[in-house]
Unconditional design. Structure first.
Length: 137
């Protein structure tokens, strides 16, 4: 499927500048996604950067500790991406699980196993996801 210039292989990410410009706190969303054990280890108020290792490329980059934990630890827990979740929520969680590395509809589908790449692409372009700062790279 192609929508304008975008296909199920086009990459998207969560634009964190958009969140800041709209006075919204992305860290709250990430904190909500953490498992109960990890919630106890972190405080929402204290922003801390840690070295995050990309599991595929081995590249190290500085990342908010909350997002690092959500992607490296909690993202693997079965309840993190639960099949009963609404699709838009599952897609948002897929970005958190990937440490907000750009992902295509096909890659998101491989992660969440919900809907189809075409359906996910449509969601990525929906007003609801746009309001969550989901942007094509
Ligand atoms: Zn956890």
């Amino acid at each position: 499927m192609t929508v304008g210039r975008l296909t199920t292989k086009s990459k998207f990410y969560i634009d964190l500048d958009y969140w800041e410009q709209n006075g919204r706190n992305f860290r709250e969303e990430v904190y909500d996604a953490l498992c109960e054990t990890c919630k106890k280890m972190y405080s929402l108020e204290e922003a801390r950067l840690v070295d995050h290792v990309d599991p595929e490329t081995g590249q190290v980059k500085r990342m908010d500790a909350l997002l690092d934990c959500a992607s490296a630890e909690c993202g693997h827990a079965p309840e993190f991406l639960n099949p009963k979740m609404p699709l838009t929520r599952a897609i948002f969680r897929a970005f958190i699980a990937a440490g907000n590395e750009p992902q295509s509809a096909e890659e998101i589908y491989a992660r969440i196993k919900k809907g189809s790449p075409n359906i996910i692409l449509k969601e990525l372009l929906s007003q609801q996801m746009e309001a969550d700062g989901i942007t094509a790279v």
